[in-house]
Design a binder for this molecule. Structure first.
Ligand code: KG4
Ligand code: ZN
Length: 335
């Protein structure tokens, strides 16, 4: 029997993305970014994002079909991100997927955006989803999760306040860099001295696996009037070093605590070159296997949603068309 072909749609925030997978093989992955639109306001305005999803969704679906060399009638199931995310944005993707499901009498699958990020480091790798410790660092979340197997996760730690990506974005804004702050702070940091400012490493010695980044952001704010001759690149490098050191230390602690030898890292912030570099050297030193999603799978995309959908579809999962969006959908309940 032919492997099922699944179309996945991702519109949880400001990327309109559509992917097509046959089994676990990626046939097409299209992402229409709204970054240029949100640069004018320095952040995402939900209504603007939603209106643009509505405008873009159809052409992006047709582009994905064209890339895959398929017609819509050849799709066996339609999946969409149902949360977490912006309500008005989630509505567009789920409505489109449900519409296709109804019109073509094909199953619908509601997918958790965070499960997409979580499993993205395993996508296309031999052995599929493996028992591991996972760090998920995105614009809205910072999570440490134990993966037992596909569908069985345990929350080990999370942020008490800002997510790592949110801290990057807020600091970028404070420093007058264009939206989104993360990649721009990363770019400037490459020319800076990471030891120039000794920013606080909040909760580094707390002994647990939780995070806090709002104090670090406040330290940057207090530094601003005293910036003087200090280069922006040095501030970016020092800030980035503090965030990266906290993320890597806690991830290694989680690996030690659980005994897992595989470390999986995902989410937009995992594009960060310094984070990738320090994770690689630290894991190598300790004999841990590091799985990083390739950069195109780190920031929001529909391929990662399609991967979860393909695994769910193969396991017999189907969602009712009445399944609603949930802007606050959790990956696992807090312990
Ligand atoms: O996973 P993602 O695309 O969207 C969410 O689900 O939130 O993550 C976006 C976040 C933003 O905060 C962005 O600034 C950050 O990822 N980001 C980075 C880098 N590239 C993206 N942060 C630091 N360094 C980067 N190179
Ligand atoms: Zn995301």
């Amino acid at each position: 029997m032919n492997e099922p072909t699944v179309m996945s749609i991702e519109t949880s925030c400001d990327e309109t993305a559509v992917a097509i997978l046959r089994g676990e093989q990626l046939l097409a992955s299209e992402v229409a970014s709204q970054i240029a639109i949100h640069q004018a306001t320095g952040g995402v305005v939900p209504e603007v994002a939603s209106r643009n999803h509505l405008r873009t969704i159809k052409p992006v679906v047709w582009r994905a079909l064209e890339d895959a060399g398929l017609s819509i009638s050849q799709i066996d199931a339609f999946a969409a991100t149902s949360g977490p995310g912006l309500a008005s944005s989630l509505m567009i993707g789920t409505s489109a997927a449900k519409g296709f499901s109804v019109a073509l009498r094909k199953p619908y699958l509601a997918i958790n955006h965070m499960e997409g990020h979580l499993l993205s480091p395993f996508f296309g790798k031999p052995g599929g989803v493996r028992p591991s410790v996972a760090l998920v660092v995105s614009g809205g979340h910072t999570l440490l999760v134990e993966i037992n197997q596909f569908g069985s996760y345990r929350l080990l730690g999370q942020t008490h306040d800002d997510a790592a990506g949110e801290a990057f974005d807020k600091v970028g804004k404070l420093l007058g860099l264009p939206y989104p702050g993360g990649p721009n702070v990363n770019r400037l940091a490459a020319q800076g001295n990471p030891a120039r400012v000794d920013f606080p490493r909040s909760m580094l010695d707390s002994g647990d696996l939780h995070f806090s980044f709002s104090g670090l952001k406040t330290s940057v704010r207090y530094l601003l009037p005293k910036l003087g001759a200090m280069s922006l690149a040095d501030v970016c490098a020092s800030f980035q070093e503090a965030v990266v050191e906290i993320l890597v230390t806690k991830t290694l602690r989680a690996a030690r605590a659980t005994g897992h030898r595989v470390v999986a890292v995902s989410g937009g912030v995992s594009c960060n070159t310094r984070l990738r570099e320090l994770l690689a050297s630290s894991c190598r030193e300790r004999g841990l296997e590091l799985l990083l999603a390739e950069p195109s799978l780190c920031t929001d995309n529909a391929a990662m949603i399609g991967y979860v959908a393909a695994l769910k579809f193969a396991a017999g999962h189907r969602s009712p068309l009445a399944a609603d969006i949930d802007p606050n959908l959790r990956l696992v309940a807090s312990s």
